[in-house]
Design a protein around this ligand. Structure first.
Ligand SMILES: [Zn+2]
Ligand SMILES: [Zn+2]
Ligand SMILES: [Zn+2]
Ligand SMILES: [Zn+2]
Ligand SMILES: [Zn+2]
Ligand SMILES: [Zn+2]
Ligand SMILES: [Zn+2]
Ligand SMILES: [Zn+2]
Length: 565
């Protein structure tokens, strides 16, 4: 039996581990059986430690009593026994960090609060170039960034990175939640929030307005009239709530027209958007225009929107917002929403006193939600003050004073309301036969770099993206939208990649007739490359809202036509 006068600590044999680092990468399970032995931590034993990859010189213990000092491994100030570099004399290493295991399972060290399928390996740096090539990942535990010179635990296969302190649950804020198993512990009482909306919605057939205004058992099958509850349209509207699923055929009794429309289906490139909320129409009941040449169509629930909103939270200056089915002063009904700043030509709530206007989706953004990207923590709608943090879903900044969803427990978690509400959990795309699932982190065991199957550009897996785990295909959220804009529009807005398509709230496809502008009818569409330049301002028409003639070469941008009429 071996005897020693001081207590011994179980530690890993660094040198052997590090020499086998390469082979370990091949087979992480074998690497787990760490080679360990017992060593004295006492300075009198003149124990030296070497950390070859981290620092070239040996370290020795300075004093046997506890001192308060900043550790160069974790960057934190600790009280404890410190080692100092025998050559540099200004590098202090806390004994706790000096004897960290080379590999660990995060579920063991965090009491199952966090888990990962592979063991995490200790790394002595996280160089900026490496971080950049992986889109600057954040710590999976605290969501904060990494300093290049501090040690981390990582799984390179899965791009899973954690701070030293977070991997070993030494950080104080976490100690409180680590006493419970599970993910983030729910920080609200369910009973206090009976109508809490859990986002994202399951698929593109769900929407906020359906959630709020859908009613079962609409018995009448056909109503003819120019007015539903409070929506006016220049032609009669037909209510269709029959059970015929794929397609809808209705006969307007007055006009005797048989009208056939197909439901929205991205797999078949069929687009059918509601003129009220501009979300896809995938099921009945619907209202559609009886006129054969008019593509006006509404979700039945979108006709139940309140005619006015009193004392709206977003506009306390004035008392009420009035619903209009077309923005009255704006050409072709296109306006910019004062909440989300997207263009929209659907229904609008409008303040008659000052011209404040919001689209019907933004008018109802809930006060509280939960979101799968931040499970179990309540997210509250707040006015965004100055923050260095970006939206967890799209990675973009918040305009000053715009709304965001924020977590009261985690001061680094924010979502744009439209990112939370408009990206469903699954979506479908022609390029993949399976539903694609919204993912918020890099995929486990992902072999290659990340590329979008649609635009073929690189994709940041630290933000939200759609992924099919069977085909290992990924897509930008804006490239796989439910409204098919990707066919003409790249997901950029002022050179910033966005998660929601810039024209997600615009319904294209109607026609404009004005002999003084052009002898043929003009179609309202999104410009594509072959449309060339605007007849009037000569700006390129690709990606813009344009009017073009289908009979001849004439094309003009929305802005120029608006100025002319
Ligand atoms: Zn330390
Ligand atoms: Zn892994
Ligand atoms: Zn609608
Ligand atoms: Zn809006
Ligand atoms: Zn106002
Ligand atoms: Zn966002
Ligand atoms: Zn939180
Ligand atoms: Zn893309």
């Amino acid at each position: 039996m071996y005897e020693h006068k001081h207590p011994l600590n179980l530690i890993d044999l660094w040198s052997e581990q590090l020499q086998h680092e390469e082979e370990d990468e091949e087979d992480e399970e074998d690497g787990l059986i760490a080679k360990q032995d017992f060593r004295c931590l006492c300075c009198r034993c003149k124990e030296e430690i070497t950390l070859f990859d981290s620092h070239p010189h040996p370290f020795f213990c300075i004093v046997s009593k506890q001192i308060l000092c900043e550790c160069f491994a974790c960057g934190k100030e600790h009280k404890g026994i410190f080692y100092i570099c025998s050559v540099c004399y200004d590098m202090f290493l806390h004994s706790h960090c000096a004897f960290l295991p080379n590999k660990l399972q995060i579920q063991h060290t965090t009491n199952n609060v966090f888990s990962h399928i592979h063991p995490l390996t200790l790394a002595y740096t996280f160089p900026t170039d490496d971080q950049k090539s992986k889109f600057y990942p954040n710590c999976r535990v605290c969501l904060e960034f990494f300093y290049p010179n501090l040690w981390i635990y990582r799984c390179e296969k899965c791009r899973y990175y954690v701070h030293l302190g977070c991997a070993t649950s030494r950080e104080e804020p976490f100690m409180s939640i680590l006493t419970y198993p599970g993910k983030l512990i729910r920080n609200y009482e369910e009973a206090n929030y009976p109508n809490l909306l859990h986002l994202p919605f399951p698929d593109p057939s769900y929407s906020l307005l359906k959630h709020l205004f859908f009613e079962e058992n609409i018995s009448i099958t056909t109503i003819v009239g120019t007015k539903t509850h409070n929506i006016s349209h220049q032609h009669p509207l037909i209510l269709d709530c029959s059970t015929d699923h794929d397609i809808t055929r209705s006969i307007a009794s007055s006009s005797r027209i048989v009208k056939t429309i197909s439901f929205h289906d991205p797999m078949k490139s069929i687009q059918l958007l509601c003129d009220g909320c501009v979300r896809p129409i995938t099921t009945k009941p619907i209202y559609m225009c009886a006129n054969e040449d008019c593509n006006f169509v509404l979700h039945e629930w979108c006709t139940r929107l309140p005619v006015e909103l009193k004392s709206h939270h977003s506009h306390p200056q004035h008392t009420r917002l009035i619903l209009h089915s077309k923005w009255p002063d704006k050409f072709f009904g296109v306006f910019r929403c004062d909440i989300c700043y997207f263009h929209c030509n659907g229904f609008v709530y409008h303040c008659e006193e000052c011209g404040y206007k919001i689209d019907v989706n933004c008018a109802f953004i809930p006060e509280e939600i939960t979101h799968a990207s931040h499970q179990n923590h309540l997210l509250s709608r707040v006015r965004q003050m100055e923050t260095n943090y970006d939206c967890r879903i799209c990675g973009n900044y918040f305009r000053e004073n715009a709304f965001s969803y924020s977590c009261k427990n985690c001061d680094n978690f924010y979502l744009h309301p439209c990112c939370a509400l408009l990206l469903p959990e699954t979506t479908r795309h022609k390029c993949d036969k399976h539903p694609m699932k919204l993912s918020y982190f890099p995929i486990e065991n992902h072999k290659n770099e990340y590329f979008c199957e649609i635009c073929e550009e690189e994709l940041n897996p630290q933000l939200a993206f759609y992924h099919c785990s069977e085909c290992m295909q990924s897509m930008h959220p804006a490239c796989a939208p439910s409204i098919l804009c990707y066919e003409t529009h790249m997901a950029y807005c002022y050179y910033v990649r966005i998660a929601i398509n810039e024209f997600a709230n615009v319904k294209f496809g109607s026609t404009y007739n004005n002999m003084s502008i052009h002898p043929h009818p003009l179609s309202f569409v999104q410009g594509i490359e072959t449309d060339g330049r605007c007849t009037n301002c000569h700006d390129t028409l690709q990606y813009d809202m344009i009017f073009k003639c289908l009979d001849c070469e004439f094309a003009i941008c929305h802005w120029c036509l608006k100025r002319k009429v």
